[in-house]
Structure formats: C-alpha cells, structure tokens
Design a protein around this ligand. Structure first.
Ligand SMILES: NC(=O)c1ccc[n+]([C@@H]2O[C@H](COP(=O)([O-])OP(=O)(O)OC[C@H]3O[C@@H](n4cnc5c(N)ncnc54)[C@H](OP(=O)(O)O)[C@@H]3O)[C@@H](O)[C@H]2O)c1
Length: 434
C-alpha cells in the first residue's frame, strides 16, 4: 500500500452527530469510504448514480485552461480518487473525455483492497456517452463501453474497433441524442449498478433531467475565476420543477468545502403533494366578508390557501397616524393617541387576536382554507419568513394612510421592495387597489 499523494485532512462539519470527526490521510481510506459506502440502488434505474463535480467558489467547473484540475486542490483529489474505488463504472460525457484526455480509468493500488473487500475487480469500467460516436483514439485504449445513438456518424467505426458488445445504442427523442435513463438501465443490466458520474456539465444536466441522479458530491474550491466556464449543469432549459437536494455530509479540507447531497424524492417531500399555493394576507384590521371576497376574487378559479398575518400594533409612527386620523375625520382618536392613550402591548395583542379570528372565520365562510398568526408591529420579518416558506404573493390590506402612501413608505411599498414577490395593496372596506 503506497503513500497518499494528496494528503489533505478532512474535518467533518455535518451531520451534527459526526461533526468534529477528523479524517487524516489514510492510504486505504477505510473511514472515508465508510461515510460514502453502498447506498441503495434506485428502483427506477436499477442503479445508484453518484454525480461527482468540482467547482470554483464562483461556480466554474474549469479554469481558463479548460480543465477541471485548475479549480481543484489536494482536498478535492483525495475524495475523487476514493469515490472511484466504490464504483462499478465511471460514466462520463465525450466532451470531458476530449478536454481531459481520458484513457483507461485507474484506481490506485492502495485502494484495491477496499474494492476487493466489496467484491469489486481492480479495474473500474469506463463508459462514455457520445452523440457523434467520434472519440479520440486514446480514449478507446482501455476497452470502454460507449453509449451512443443509432444515427451516430462514428457508430460503425466504434463497433469495428471495440466489438458490438462494447457499444450500447440508446436513442433519445431527437436524432443524435442519447436517452441517458435507458443508458443507465443498460449499465445496470450488465451488473454495473454503482455509477460514478464524473460529468461533464452537459451529461450531468441530462442525467438530472431524466431523474437518474441519486446524489451529488460537489466540491467547492477556494478560488474565483470569472470567465465563460460552464456551471455544474450545462443546459439551456430550466429544470421544472427544480430538483431539491438534502445535505448528507459536509467536509472541509483547509479552505475547500466538500458537500454530499442526496436528491430528494417525492416520498422525502410529501408536503409538496396536493398542497395548494399560499397567498399571504397582511391585514391591519379584521377582514370582513366583503374584504375576503375581494381577496379571493383576485385569483378566481385557482385552488389557493391563505395565511393571514395581523400586526399587534403598539408602535406605529405617531405623526402619520395622527394625520391619517385627522384626514379621515377621526379627531377624537387622534387626540387620544397624542395624549398617550394608545393601547398597551397586551391590549394590542388581544385586539390583533380578535381581528385574526374574525378574518379566519371570514375566509372559512368563503370556503377558502386559511391559517394565521399575530405578528410584531413591524410585519416585514414575518412576511419575509412566509415568502421563504413558499408563499407566491402578498396582499396587504390596510386603511388608507395618507402621509405614508404619498411618500411610498406604506407597508405594501416596503414589502414589494423587500420581498421580490408580487405585492398587492388593497384598501379595507372598499374594492379599490392601492
Ligand atoms: N469540474 C468538474 O468536476 C468537471 C467534470 C467534468 C468535466 N469538466 C469540464 O467540463 C468541460 C466539458 O463540458 P461538456 O458539457 O462538454 O462535457 P460532457 O457532458 O462530458 O460532454 C458533452 C458531450 O457528451 C455527449 N453527450 C452528453 N450528453 C449527451 C446526450 N444526452 N446525448 C448525446 N450526447 C451526449 C456529447 O458528445 P458528442 O459531442 O460526441 O456528441 C456532448 O457533446 C471540460 O472543460 C471539462 O474539463 C469539469
């Protein structure tokens, strides 16, 4: 067993029960491999696909020289080598093969005992995805599997050079495209179920879009490179819906962070099923049936849930409040406020609770699901939290505030600037929008 060429020491930062654990350089990598060992195969593909990528802190997967190594360091190389030892097959796109000069993929001698202990042969199979079927000669030296399409210009030459058995045809929906889900199932059918997908970004995007990736090991190096380098996924189309990840491990080696995320399945996120989108309603007073009809009517025909927030208002700016009141002819209330007759905190809370209860009752009477809370008299933190939890829009229901509205310092204007979601301002007791 030789020395470890990239002798970075890892510190486990996550999960909490392992935080503080040190993984000093170890030629056989027993402790490191135990962290990443043998997750279950995915029934949809018959395989487990671990995507392994490296990026600079600004998200570039290469430096100016067009290869990954220039954004890497010993911390990244140690994990990369160790994870190959857990794989049956290294899956890679033709762009990476060309840019990185892939030949046969090797597992260092020092890790072969770990492979043998898991019943794996010394060699890891290399599988290359190519639409054209045209690969550089050296890449064919190690007898790789090549996965391509039936119209690939290089198909005949590949079959002649490698033999029919080493060439897998998996046609995608458009000419020249490989169906990567079918490709993975074909690997699994050959017993190659532990897939170490080394990218590049085009292949990884296709694998993620096909729902084939089970986990992502993404290392972030302490480097900013700018430039036009591709990101971790290279695709012109958005993933819709986005793919959610759950952090499984976070390691640190000097200034490099090494994360391992599992791709969340629908079963991991049951709350996403049949949950209607939420509209947050920030209400200055109890919403009447007419106010609720107005709010619900803004999205007629949609299945939505409402979250009502009522600030316990003990500390509004006095001058605008007084001027508003005077503007509305409420001189007595203005006088009470000026002479210090504003509600105490418990009174303000009790009033807000009543306003909330009446508002929720009005929503339920209208047949719309609603929950709610009394919040601090600066409602922005509560609004922000609701938006971070997924609310798609905010409706602010207030009485007209003459001074604040004039200077655009009202709740709705502040909320619109701060929240980056649509914010509608609705005047209570009217059908007007502010
Ligand atoms: N930082 C890292 O961890 C990392 C890892 C890997 C690569 N890289 C870098 O990424 C760059 C290469 O990026 P890339 O996006 O071109 O890499 P890539 O995904 O490896 O290669 C793209 C090529 O693979 C084939 N391919 C991929 N998916 C296909 C599909 N669904 N159907 C048919 N063909 C498919 C096509 O080959 P044909 O052209 O033959 O049709 C395509 O042009 C290089 O600079 C490399 O150094 C960085």
């Amino acid at each position: 067993m030789g020395a470890v060429p990239d002798a970075a020491e890892y510190h486990v930062l996550y999960p909490p029960e392992r935080a503080g654990l040190r993984l000093p350089p170890d030629p056989g990598e027993a402790a490191l491999l135990a962290l990443f060992d043998d997750p279950p195969v995915n029934p949809a593909t018959g395989a487990h696909i671990r995507a392994v990528m490296l990026a600079s802190a600004d998200g570039a997967v290469t430096g100016a020289d067009g290869v990954a190594g220039s954004v890497g360091d010993p911390g990244d190389r140690r994990l990369f080598a160790a994870l190959r030892a857990l794989a049956d097959v290294v899956l890679v796109g033709a762009g990476t093969v060309r840019a990185e000069g892939y030949r046969d993929v090797q597992v260092p001698h020092r890790l072969r005992a770990a492979r043998a202990a898991r019943g794996r042969p010394d060699r890891v199979t290399l599988a290359v995805v190519t639409g054209t079927g045209v690969l550089p000669e050296p890449a064919l030296d190690g007898d790789p599997l090549v996965i391509t399409s039936s119209g690939a210009p290089g198909l005949a030459a590949l079959r002649a050079g490698l033999g029919d058995d080493r060439v897998i045809v998996a046609d995608g929906p458009t000419p020249g495209q490989v169906d990567v889900g079918a490709a993975v199932r074909a690997l699994a059918a050959r017993g190659l179920t532990r897939v170490h997908a080394e990218g590049g970004p085009t292949l990884l995007a296709a694998l993620v879009a096909a729902g084939a990736v089970d986990e992502l090991c993404l290392t972030l190096g302490p480097l900013l490179v700018g430039g036009p380098a591709p990101r971790v996924l290279d695709t012109p189309t958005w993933l819709d819906p986005p793919v959610h990840l759950e952090l499984a491990h976070l390691l640190r080696a000097d200034d490099t962070l090494l994360g391992r995320w599992r791709v969340a399945t629908a079963a991991d996120r049951p709350e996403e099923e049949h949950v209607p989108e939420t509209i947050v309603v920030l209400a200055e007073d109890a919403l009447s049936a007419a106010d609720v009809a107005h709010v619900v009517g803004l999205h007629a025909g949609e299945e939505l849930a409402y979250r009502v927030l009522v600030p316990a208002d003990t500390d509004r700016p006095l001058l605008p409040w007084v001027l508003d009141s005077i503007g509305l002819g409420e001189l007595r209330a203005a006088w009470d406020r000026l002479t210090g007759d504003e509600p105490s905190e418990p009174q303000a809370k009790a009033t807000a609770e009543q306003q909330l209860a009446r508002s929720l009752a009005a929503f339920r009477a209208a047949g719309s699901p609603a929950t709610g809370a009394v919040v601090d008299d600066d409602p922005l933190p509560a609004l922000r939290a609701a938006v971070e939890e997924g609310a798609r829009e905010v409706v602010v229901a207030t009485y007209p505030h003459l001074v604040e509205d004039t200077f655009h310092r009202d709740w709705a204007s502040r909320a619109r600037e701060a929240l980056h979601v649509p914010v509608l301002h609705l005047y209570l007791g009217t059908s007007e929008l502010g």
